[in-house]
Each structure stands twice: as structure tokens, then as C-alpha cells.
Design a protein around this ligand. Structure first.
Ligand code: ZN
Ligand code: ZN
Length: 425
């Protein structure tokens, strides 16, 4: 574990551009034994995880695909006494013959139709609906486990090395992952995931020398969600890549055998996180959180907390600029592969970007207009190029040439006028 901790700190130190103070805070709190008592009651293992084996009885309860299937093909399920095993094996016995579900549903329309809102071809409707169900069903070919984790590497790599995309992918398009250190050490935060316990690769091989140390330490996460410990219970933020798990049943399951049971906080309910958040500042004196779904930060006497909100946003703080809570951060195109190649941290790297005078967006492609710099979109929205002299001018200063079509600047327009006057006299 010390081995992984060292590599984790090295990775964060190298690429996240934390200030000395920020890195100290991260070091102190990452793999901290000071786990919230509500989470500690799970008796986490040495890797700060708790595993629940999902036998088919438990899987049946939390599998949203199955719940959806049952609700739509109610009559069919009842008539053929379709079990969860039938559902996961995708076949049932009809007259001693094994029949695939899709076939059974389409060739016995009298049984399946009644609960199914059909528009057009029954076969196609069933097929389309089964695709929706299959996208949400638990993969049950393997032995599955539900896991609660406080392990920082699980959280750091929760979206990296996946076949689905998320803004927290360290190798993705933008820098939204910069907020992970603050999120990882948040005492109220945890993560729930389903795994078959196979270990995943986090980086394509060859990119990081220290990347390989994480490879065999992390379970392949089939489905995962952040959780937030709140005053009144536990908030399950939302499952990725799809809502395959039933939140109410998940809470039932994790409540087994613990003395202080959790209440499920539904999305729309107002909530406030249990413990204050420690912001980690970078060398630029800026701090960032990950994207907050339906939540925002609020300040109380004893610190800054996460609270419910009707909006979702990224939060950015700058000691330099005196920015406190609720300022949206601008994204830049940057990932860990790039930083590795450039041998820079994100803060140094972001300095190579200019900021658009108009929209404040970071860009590598700014155009100078009258001594100020603008991004491509703002140039297109606000300026035009004089067809005569090539100067870039404000659209409000746009004139037409004598042909009535060619766009020209005021100076060229004046020249035209002079020319006309000269010709006339
Ligand atoms: Zn712009
Ligand atoms: Zn001109």
C-alpha cells in the first residue's frame, strides 16, 4: 500500500501543479485513517474497500434492466413464469423447447402485447425495447460484487481506461479532472461500483513509467457512482455509464449488518454534506472541484460544504483573484498523455494558452484585433475582414463597396468617397 501511495502522490505532484501547501494537504489526507465513522462501520479492508458478493438473488433486486423488463412485459413474465435466471440467460422453456426471449416475445404477441405500447411493427418495437433493457442490465456472466470504496486510486482513475467517456477521464479531452485531488480527500465522499474483480489497465502501456504500478491495483468498474455522506443520509449521485442499479435497493443492501443505517437521499431532496471540504490550491493559487451534479458549495461557520442546487456546474476558486464560491471554471484541452509528452504540469501547460478578451475562453488559436486577442468564435461573431485591405474590424464598422456586396472597412470606404469626389470634379 505504501508503494501505491508513493506513486499516487508522485503522479499528482507531477501533473496537477499543486502548491507546496496543497501537496502537503493531499499527502496528509490521502489514504487517511481518519475515515468518517459512518463509512468506517463497513469495516473496510486494507485497501479501504468493502465487497458484497452479488448472488443472483441480490443482483435480481438491484438490476434496473430486469426491473424495466418486468414492468413492461408484465403479462409475459407472469404467463411464462419468467425468472431472473431466464432473463440473464436470455431464454425460457416453452413446450419443453428452449426459446430466446426476443423470439418468445415476438411470436407470442397475444401474451406480450398487452403491456407494450406498440407503434408499428411489433417485432421491431420488441427488438428496440430489448436493446434499451440490455443496455441497462447487469452483466451477470461473471461473479459480481458491489463495492464501497474510499480508496483514492479508485477515485482518481474512476473514469480512465474505460470504453465509455466521462469528463473525469485523465486521458480525455478536457481538464475537468483537475478537481480530483480536492474531491478524493473529501471526507464525505465515497464511491460505489460493481465489479467482476478483474483488474483493469488504467493507461495504454508505454505512456507512463509510474502508470504501470496502478494497473493491477484497480478493479474493473462496470458501473459506478460517487456517493456523498450527508447530514440526513447518503446521496448516490448517479450511475455511470448507465442507470443499471436501483438506488433504493442498493441502500437496502449496504444497510445490512451495520448499526447506523443510511437513508437514501433522492436527487430532488435538499441535502448538505456532513463534513467540510478542504480545498487544495495549485501553484497559481487556484482550486477546483470536479463537476457538481445538482449541487453547489455553501459556506457555514465551520467550513465549506456541498449543498443541493437546482443547477450543476464546475466550481473554481482563486486566492489571487479573490474568487470564492460558485464561479465556473473554463475548460482547456488537456490530458495526462499530453502533459506526459510535454513533461509539464497542468498549470504550466495552461500558461501556453491565451485567454479570449471577449468570452474568457482558453485558446491556442487567438487572433489579434486592435491590440486585443480573441478566439475564433468571437472573431466570427464580432468582426469581419475588409475585402479590400484585409484589416479585421468591428462588424458595426462594416461598409459596402460600390458594388453593394463587397464588405469593406471605414478607411476603405472613405478612400472610395475621396475617389468619387476626385472623379466627379
Ligand atoms: Zn472568445
Ligand atoms: Zn479596408
Amino acid at each position: 500500500m505504501d508503494f501505491v501511495k508513493k506513486d499516487l502522490i508522485e503522479l499528482v505532484d507531477k501533473y496537477f501543479g499543486l502548491s507546496e501547501e496543497g501537496l502537503e494537504i493531499f499527502k496528509e489526507n490521502v489514504y487517511s485513517p481518519d475515515i468518517a465513522k459512518e463509512y468506517a462501520q463497513f469495516n473496510l479492508d486494507e485497501n479501504l474497500r468493502k465487497y458484497w458478493y452479488l448472488d443472483s438473488k441480490l443482483a435480481e433486486q438491484i438490476d434496473e434492466g430486469w426491473i424495466l423488463f418486468k414492468s413492461v412485459f408484465k403479462k409475459f413474465v407472469k404467463y411464462y413464469n419468467v425468472t431472473y435466471e431466464n432473463f440473464t440467460n436470455n431464454k425460457i422453456m416453452i413446450n419443453k423447447n428452449s426459446v430466446k426471449l426476443q423470439k418468445a416475445l415476438t411470436t407470442n404477441p397475444a401474451v406480450s402485447k398487452s403491456n407494450f405500447d406498440l407503434d408499428g411493427n411489433h417485432k421491431d418495437s420488441v427488438k428496440n425495447f430489448l436493446e434499451t433493457v440490455n443496455a441497462r442490465k447487469l452483466p451477470t456472466k461473471q461473479k459480481l460484487y458491489l463495492v464501497f470504496t474510499k480508496n483514492p486510486i479508485d477515485m482518481l482513475f474512476c473514469s480512465t481506461g474505460k470504453n465509455w467517456s466521462s469528463c473525469l477521464d485523465l486521458t480525455g479531452e478536457y481538464n475537468y479532472w483537475s478537481g480530483l485531488p480536492t474531491t478524493i480527500i473529501d471526507k464525505s465522499r465515497g464511491m460505489i461500483y460493481v465489479t467482476d474483480k478483474t483488474k483493469k489497465r488504467v493507461f495504454e502501456s508505454g505512456y507512463f513509467e509510474n502508470g504501470k504500478y496502478f494497473d493491477k491495483k484497480i478493479d474493473k468498474m462496470l458501473i459506478r457512482s460517487w456517493v456523498i455522506l450527508c447530514e440526513k443520509g447518503l446521496k448516490i449521485v448517479g450511475f455511470y455509464p448507465n442507470d443499471s442499479l436501483n438506488k433504493v435497493k442498493i441502500i437496502d443492501l449496504i444497510n445490512q449488518n451495520i448499526p447506523n443505517k443510511f437513508l437514501l437521499i433522492q436527487n430532488e431532496t435538499s441535502f448538505i454534506s456532513k463534513y467540510p471540504i478542504t480545498l487544495i490550491f495549485n501553484i497559481n493559487e487556484d482550486a477546483q472541484l470536479i463537476y457538481l451534479d445538482s449541487s453547489k458549495l455553501i459556506e457555514k461557520e465551520n467550513g465549506v460544504f456541498l449543498s443541493s442546487s437546482s443547477t450543476s456546474d464546475l466550481y473554481f476558486f482563486s486566492r489571487r483573484k479573490g474568487v470564492k464560491y460558485g464561479n465556473s471554471v473554463k475548460d482547456i484541452d488537456c490530458n495526462l498523455y499530453l502533459l506526459y509528452k510535454e513533461n509539464q504540469n497542468i498549470v504550466e501547460y495552461s500558461k501556453s494558452f491565451g485567454i479570449c478578451e471577449c468570452c474568457s475562453e482558453y485558446s491556442h488559436d487567438l487572433t489579434e484585433v486592435n491590440g486585443l486577442y480573441y478566439c475564433e468564435e468571437c472573431v466570427a461573431a464580432n468582426f469581419f475582414v475588409c475585402d479590400r485591405c484585409g484589416k479585421i474590424e468591428d462588424k458595426e464598422e462594416m461598409y459596402y463597396d460600390t458594388d453593394g456586396e463587397t464588405k469593406i472597412c471605414y478607411d476603405c470606404y472613405l478612400n472610395n468617397r475621396k475617389q468619387e469626389t476626385a472623379n466627379a470634379s
